[in-house]
Write a protein that binds this ligand. Structure first.
Ligand code: AHR
Length: 673
């Protein structure tokens, strides 16, 4: 064939592929009804237990998830270190109040903290009287936080900072709203500040504004140094520093585990910028902070190694620590130089688990947690298997950790689903980012993988690309199909989490994400809500089920589970319809007679939307979220109409369990979670 004809054929074929792809299930609802049947065996013999930790969370310091997110610190660049260790340095987002005739602001290296030497110097040129009178309100600096501080009327905030001055100081510490209104203020007079001194105060807000700032001002001619300025709401979760509304979003998922602190964040673009646990523990003022060079922002490391372990404990879940094994995105430490890195990791494990009298355990105890944390999993690196030094590094870490802590489960980056591993591991990490069709079909990915080797930890999965929008129903649906596949293969897959978890709308570095927030608001994307329908699966029993369907767009699974709060037991059937047809699904439950299903208390939960590209937003946070309806006349043989592009969960209440919270007539009302 002549080259020009060959080119035409290739072009025509490519067009066909593209057109076929876009005609796939992407929101076109066909006006047809299909019939399918699902039969399941509720006798639980032989019982297949789904792992207790099956569905959990992957937290990464990405998109300002922690700094400016879950970590409730309101001040951004609190130690003036974000501009680097050399002075003069950029103090952004700090801003000067006043002009060069009234105030000169600079940085020097005079801090009282050895690991973060940069401090702010304010030379106040104006005064209350004389030739150069200060402007009304004074001069100084303000910090806008992370795209505005959320200050709420009646709430209390602990403000702390370090100060030194050549003269007695008279300063005002205030929260100011976006319309210049004062929301809270505290005046300080101190003539004993020749040496660095910590100032600490509680400000109660008498107004609200989600776009406020913290300012420190004076009208007195003086030279003042400031460092480590912090403002934290007093109502963080358990007083542990976690923003309560964001914490609640996580807790509501009843996660089986939490993986931290990343992702690529663990690797760092350069090792010098990677997360180093030791630099993130101890007093907050003494932490140097570091530049997150993968996601391009500074973090003060208020959310450090200790806080991650505390977060896991507060969520009642298992921490999974991803450790850097001497490999960044651009460097690989030679194996002969690795021992200090290995020892550093052993120290970290001792910090988490050691007795309060051990060297590192005592450092944890000094931070207020004498009891060990329940660290049982360590993941060695992130997406590093393909790198030349990975196996050598991995083995050094593996051998040293296993020798000291034989019970710790070690997770390799190398994929054991396709080939037998050439090194020992308790689990293998598996990441998947792909389009919706391929994610849905990956429900079968683990159908035939080995049941003998280590199980998979699917620690990052997400539908990505334009079709996923900023996290729409299509994305959630395809992922639900994938999770159904994981659930059915939970003898080969131990754990799974979507990624990324959080995004601060003001700095989206990775799209889409599961939970969206700004300084004051939060909502879950459909992916977040989809995961609610899997939380009952942790520790549940997988039931044998057979689906007969004319279309491959349908997938289903069934479990038997008990609600720990009410003690009630259910059969839960989950069905994903990833196609544009309605489906009449005939459900039959064997091994259970009709009398053993309680109609009142049985429910049908539906996650769908009129348009599969629909998303949630701050305006409509629950536009796409599960809707629960009572199932009237529930029995072991029922027919359901499954809407196009929908995810449904049928919960059949098993008899002999008291209904505690149904309405007075014993029937559930239709309600939204
Ligand atoms: O989840 C976002 C990023 O995607 C993670 O940091 C990385 O592991 C993956 O490539």
């Amino acid at each position: 064939m002549e080259p020009k004809y060959a080119a035409c054929v290739v072009l025509a074929f490519s067009l066909m592929v593209i057109i076929t792809y876009y005609l796939q299930p992407h929101g076109v609802v066909a006006d047809a009804t299909q019939t399918a049947s699902l039969s399941l065996n509720a006798s639980q013999s032989p019982a297949k237990k789904i792992p207790e930790r099956m569905f959990g969370l992957a937290f990464e310091e990405i998109n300002h998830s922690g700094a400016g997110g879950l970590w409730a610190e309101l001040v951004s660049n609190r130690g003036f270190e974000a501009g680097g260790p050399n002075t003069p340095s950029n103090i952004s987002p700090w801003t000067i109040i006043g002009n060069e005739t009234s105030i000169l602001v600079s940085t020097d290296r005079s801090s009282c903290f050895d690991k973060n030497k940069v401090a702010l110097q304010m030379e106040v040129l104006c005064d209350v009287d004389g030739d150069n009178i200060c402007p009304t309100g004074g001069v100084g600096v303000y910090n806008p936080g992370y795209w505005g501080m959320n200050i709420e009327k009646g709430k209390r905030y602990r403000v702390a900072f370090y100060v030194r001055s050549l003269q007695p100081i008279e300063m005002s510490v205030s929260f100011i709203g976006s319309k210049e209104q004062k929301l809270a203020t505290y005046d300080i007079k101190d003539d004993d500040v020749a040496e660095w001194k910590k100032m600490e105060m509680v400000l109660e807000a008498y107004g609200s504004d989600a776009n406020s700032r913290l300012q420190l001002t004076t009208s007195k001619s003086s030279t003042i140094w400031l460092d480590q300025v912090s403002a934290l709401p007093l109502d963080t979760h358990n007083g542990h520093g976690f923003r309560q509304d964001l914490f609640n979003m996580l807790a509501a998922l009843k996660p089986g585990f939490i993986r931290f602190p990343g992702g690529s964040y663990v690797e760092g673009g350069r090792l010098m910028n990677a997360f180093r646990w030791r630099e993130t523990i101890g007093a907050w003022e003494e932490r140097p902070g570091h530049f997150n060079d993968v996601w391009q922002y500074w973090t003060d490391d208020g959310l450090g190694y200790f806080e991650y372990l505390q977060l896991a404990e507060d969520l009642g879940t298992s921490p999974i620590w991803v450790v850097n094994i001497g490999i960044s995105r651009n460097e690989q430490v030679d194996n002969s130089l690795l021992m200090p890195f290995v020892q550093d990791t052993l120290d970290a494990i001792e910090f988490a688990r050691g007795d309060a009298s051990s060297t590192m355990g005592s450092a944890r105890a000094a931070m207020g947690h004498p009891e060990p944390f329940d660290l049982q999993y360590v993941a060695a690196g992130n997406q590093d298997c393909w790198k030349k030094n990975y196996r050598g590094s991995y083995m050094k870490f593996y051998n040293a950790i296993k020798e000291a802590y034989p019970d710790i489960k070690i997770i390799t980056n190398c994929d054991a689903s396709a080939a037998v591993l050439d090194h020992p591991a308790d689990l293998y990490d598996y990441h998947v980012y792909t389009n919706a069709n391929s994610m849905f079909s990956m429900a079968h990915n683990f159908d035939h993988t080995s049941r003998n080797g280590p199980k998979a930890f699917v620690s990052e999965y997400a539908v990505t690309g334009g079709e996923a929008g900023r996290g729409n129903m299509l994305k959630a649906l395809a992922e639900a199909g994938f999770l159904i596949g994981l659930e059915r293969n939970s003898d080969a897959v131990e754990m799974a989490s979507s990624a990324p978890l959080f995004v601060n709308v003001n700095d989206q570095r990775f799209n889409p994400d599961a939970i969206v927030f700004d300084s004051s608001k939060v909502y879950g994307t459909p992916t977040y809500w989809m995961q609610h329908l899997f939380k009952a699966s942790n520790g549940a029993t997988l039931l044998d089920s057979t689906l007969q369907s004319p279309s491959s767009s349908l997938t289903a699974s069934a479990i038997s589970w008990t609600d720990a709060d009410s003690g009630r037991s259910y059969i839960r059937v989950k069905v994903v319809n990833f196609g544009g047809n309605r489906v009449n699904l005939k459900l039959s439950v064997e091994g259970l007679d009709n009398r053993s299903i309680e109609s009142a208390g049985s429910t049908l939960t539906t996650l769908t939307s009129t348009n599969v590209k629909d998303e949630n937003s701050f305006k409509e946070p629950k536009k796409v979220s599960p809707v629960i309806n009572a199932l009237k006349n529930a029995s072991n043989k029922m027919t359901f109409v499954i809407p196009p592009y929908s995810f449904i969960s049928i919960d059949l209440l098993r008899k002999s369990h008291v209904i505690q919270d149904a309405g007075s007539n014993g029937v559930y009302e239709s309600r939204v979670i």
